[in-house]
Ligand binder design. Structure first.
Ligand code: NDP
Length: 327
């Protein structure tokens, strides 16, 4: 059977994670890494891996079955998603929840026009958490859904603060508000505002001469990322950042609390505890790359989300084998 030839576009945390995840999938093969930087400047685990300029990606379309897009959601994917969908079947982890509909439209237009297929917003949230929210609401229509994140370091939000002028480096932690979690787990179904469920904590190293009040204001007022939360900004030095904030743990849980029959309480919960958020997210991307290739091979084109992908397509096993082993 065909070994799926996978390209990786963008070599950051997700790009590194994608290479590690691919190495554990015998049905897939890394065909090349694409970067906006000088290809010779990247240090890959296997020095024989081909590294190409992203500008030359189109020339390699015949060598790649699926391209995994590992760029950042804020500035990279809005450009790279629709551009690369012209030439490749793609999967990406676009995670700016509020803008997913617009992003979907842009990628869908490119994929339809060029006969490719793209699965967007893959990962754990959006991604596996989205699927569990959907399941909870479909199965328990009389109820309430709660998503709690953390405590964990958010890649998207850390990315966002690092782009604020005056910020040299920084990380952002998402922290569930314990009182809110306790009420939900007790089956209370409380109405909780965004602000009541989580707070955000930033640890920032300033550029020399930067005004801390200006930086703090730019962070806490940022739409989509921080404006709807209680956000605290701590200014620290580079040594403290390196010593205390180098890991990228994350996790969280989706809870659907609902009622059936006359009044039975039914609680569904899905939870993740991740030592490395990007290593896990890229593992999800690799599984969906398998599905994307199968869907494209079956003649499908256009953009999709995780809602549109049948679970069996994620597995390297055949439908027959899955029926025997897992049903
Ligand atoms: P990074 O910042 O590590 O990488 C983003 C891009 O920046 C890379 O593709 C790379 O592009 C470039 N880059 C990386 N390192 C360097 C460097 N040292 N110097 C210059 N450029 C560099 O982001 P992550 O990989 O951590 O995350 C990517 C996105 O994944 C996030 O923005 C987030 O939106 C999403 N995500 C989604 C999740 C989900 O559950 N859906 C969970 C976690 C993340 P190039 O090689 O072209 O230079």
């Amino acid at each position: 059977s065909h070994t799926i030839r996978v390209g990786v576009a963008g070599y950051g945390n997700l790009g590194r994670g994608a290479l590690a995840a691919l190495a554990r999938c015998p049905d897939m093969r890394l065909a090349g890494v694409f970067t906006r930087r000088d290809p010779a400047s990247l240090r890959l685990p296997d020095p024989s891996t081909p590294v190409y300029s992203l500008d030359d990606a189109a020339a390699h379309r015949g060598e790649i079955d699926v391209m995994i897009l590992c760029g950042g959601s804020k500035d990279d994917l809005p450009v790279q998603g629709p551009a690369l969908a012209q030439w490749f079947t793609t999967v990406d982890s676009y995670d700016t929840h509020a803008r997913i509909p617009q992003y979907f439209e842009a990628v869908d237009a490119a994929a339809r026009a060029h006969g490719t297929l793209s699965i967007i917003a893959v990962g754990w949230d959006p991604g596996l958490f989205s699927i569990n929210r959907l399941m909870g609401e479909a199965i328990l229509p009389d109820g309430a859904t709660y998503t709690f994140w953390g405590k964990g370091l958010s890649q998207g939000h850390s990315d966002a603060i690092r782009r604020v002028p005056g910020v040299r480096a920084g990380v952002q932690y998402t922290i569930p508000v314990p009182e809110a979690v306790a009420r939900v787990r007790a089956g209370e179904q409380p109405a909780l505002s965004t602000r009541e469920k989580h707070r955000r904590e930033c640890h920032v190293v300033l550029e020399p001469g930067a005004d801390p009040r200006q930086v703090e204001q730019a962070i806490v007022a940022m739409p989509d990322y921080f404006a709807d939360y209680d956000t605290t900004v701590h200014f620290i030095d580079a040594a403290t950042l390196a010593r205390e904030h180098a890991g990228m743990p994350h996790g969280g849980f989706v809870i659907r609390s609902g009622r059936t029959g006359t009044a039975e309480n039914q609680v569904m919960e899905f939870s993740l505890k991740l030592d490395s958020n990007p290593a896990f997210t890229s593992s999800v991307l690799v599984a969906y790359a398998r599905a994307a290739w199968r869907m494209r091979s079956a003649g499908e084109t256009g953009a999709r989300t995780v809602f549109d992908v049948a679970p069996g397509l994620l597995s390297p096993q055949s439908p027959e084998a899955l029926r025997k082993a897992l049903l």
